[in-house]
Design a protein around this ligand. Structure first.
Ligand code: AHR
Length: 496
């Protein structure tokens, strides 16, 4: 048995909990849109063709923002294809995912879906094959009240009120050679800056996200952010980070420590942004939008090789997550929360079917993957302020990250109570956690749940959707406060 300690003190505030930390992502990719959120022939479809079962799971997941329409898809997208009468919408080749895009769903449907789901839309513009004009056109179509050609077109298409989209991504992963219209940092920085400047002429209050690196291992990482921000610092609010992790070569210990890379990624990007700000003598601060993050078995996707055909909504990137994936994802969430002073927006990629917490069968059932649970619990219980906790924990050796603490944790505190989120990364031993909460007065554990299983590779399926779910943790003591965290577990401990 290992033992760890931590202290919870409401005086140690990092920042408010940012609701946008709990964003996700819907891309025109595989079955995310078609047979995911939208399936008019499904028995649970509503009058707009949206699956009610998916809407309900999205609400339960506690999603704040949803990024759309990509991803790699956006870099070849013509938004005009997806508005107006559906019967007149063109079919196009989607080069990013070697698919045929029917355009049955476009921006108006997406925003309608967002309103039903109670989430904030986050829109990306195409800076791969397109540029300033098309970004401005989309902005005018979406946000201008009426009285111009494009805003009147939106009204004629059935949406009298402006969509009022506040947060916009200036392209997607423009540092990646796989991106249609991939650019050098200088080329992209110039284009992003000029697009942002023009968009601000329409509405100075927009929140704009410049593309950062597609991963901390990109060859241009660091230099990319510096160059892009040299060009765009004054006119953007965020620089993005994207990161995906998977268990490689059966090395579970390294995989469970993947948030170490996310931590390094965030601190490097923040340092780079602040360095550019200092050189520009700017008092403005650029925040991080971690607008793609997740567990993704990318190596399996790459091994599948190129496609020959151009199918409509093929099953792509449909990872079936096991318990260890959910615990790794919980660790990533803890890292995002711990960095809430600078990471003020994030998007779990993606929402449905495509590397997603929600899975569906076409015409059939929808269920929660294992990864649904840490996200839903964190979104539900993280409230008020994020508190810095500095666990004193045994370390373990990993091949990828060297020595890493077994315990990874963060706490949040509001008038309603205090919640501790904790991961035990040990693959074989429980961790005895002693909590010093004297600063909270007479605190008691009102609820402790754990997500764990003797089989770390156990999954949820349509037939066994509840195999992996949070269960009450029976191993708690009140004097002193003490919880036993099973090996490979995600834990939520609520104090009141
Ligand atoms: O989320 C899947 C893909 O991952 C996105 O389209 C792209 O931006 C990233 O490489």
């Amino acid at each position: 048995m290992h033992e760890a300690h931590l202290t919870i003190d409401p005086a140690f505030q990092v920042a408010p909990v940012r609701r946008r930390t709990f964003g996700t992502f819907i891309e025109h990719l595989g079955r995310c849109v078609y047979t995911g959120v939208y399936e008019p022939s499904h028995p649970a479809a509503d009058e707009d063709g949206f699956r009610r079962d998916v809407l309900s799971l999205t609400r339960e997941l506690g999603v704040s923002t949803v990024r759309y329409p990509g991803g790699n898809f956006v870099s070849g997208y013509r938004w005009e294809d997806g508005v107006g009468p559906v019967s007149g919408r063109p079919r196009r080749l989607d080069l990013a995912w070697h698919s045929t895009e029917t355009n049955e769903v476009g921006v108006d449907e997406f925003v309608r879906w967002c309103r039903k789901a109670g989430v904030e839309p986050m829109m990306a513009v195409n800076l791969g094959t397109r540029g300033i004009t098309e970004a401005l056109d989309l902005l005018e179509y979406c946000n201008h009240p009426a009285g111009t050609a494009l805003s009147d077109r939106r009204v004629a298409n059935g949406t009298a009120e402006p969509h009022g989209i506040r947060i916009w991504c200036l392209g997607n992963e423009m540092d990646g050679p796989w991106q249609t219209g991939h650019k050098t940092a200088r080329e992209y920085g110039r284009l992003a800056a000029e697009t942002a400047r023009a968009m601000r002429m329409v509405d100075p209050g927009l929140e704009l996200v410049a593309c950062g690196s597609s991963g901390s291992s990109m060859p241009t990482f660091g230099a990319w952010e510096a160059t892009v921000l040299e060009e765009a610092y004054d006119v953007v609010d965020y620089i993005s980070c994207h990161a995906y992790y998977e268990e490689k070569n059966g090395d579970l210990g390294s995989f469970l420590a993947c948030s170490t890379d996310m931590e390094y990624f965030i601190s490097s990007v923040v340092a780079t942004a602040d360095h550019v700000g200092a050189r520009l003598r700017s008092r403005k601060r650029i925040d991080v939008s971690f607008d793609e993050w997740n567990v993704w078995y990318l190596s399996r996707f790459q091994q599948a090789g190129p496609r020959e055909d151009w199918p409509i909504a093929p099953p792509l990137l449909e990872d079936h997550y096991h318990l260890a994936d959910a615990v790794a994802l919980g660790g990533l969430l803890i890292t995002l929360l711990r960095n809430s002073d600078r990471v003020t927006a994030a998007s779990l990629a993606q929402l449905v079917n495509v590397i997603a917490p929600i899975m569906t069968e076409p015409g059939g059932r929808a269920w929660r993957q294992t990864t649904f649970h840490p996200f839903a619990q964190a979104s539900r219980y993280a409230a008020g302020d994020v508190l810095r906790v500095e666990p004193v924990s045994p370390l373990y050796e990993t091949a990828e990250y060297g020595e890493v603490p077994l315990l990874h944790a963060v706490a949040t505190h509001s008038e309603e109570g205090t919640t501790l989120f904790a991961v035990n990364r040990s693959t074989d031993r429980p961790l005895s956690l002693v909590i010093d909460a004297r600063a909270l007065g007479d605190a008691r554990i009102v609820e402790a749940t754990t997500l764990t299983d003797p089989d770390v590779y156990a999954r949820n399926t349509a037939d066994a959707p509840g195999r992996i779910a949070p269960r009450p943790n029976p191993d708690i003591e009140h004097d002193p406060l003490h919880v036993l965290l099973p090996p490979v577990s995600w834990n939520v401990i609520r104090l009141g």
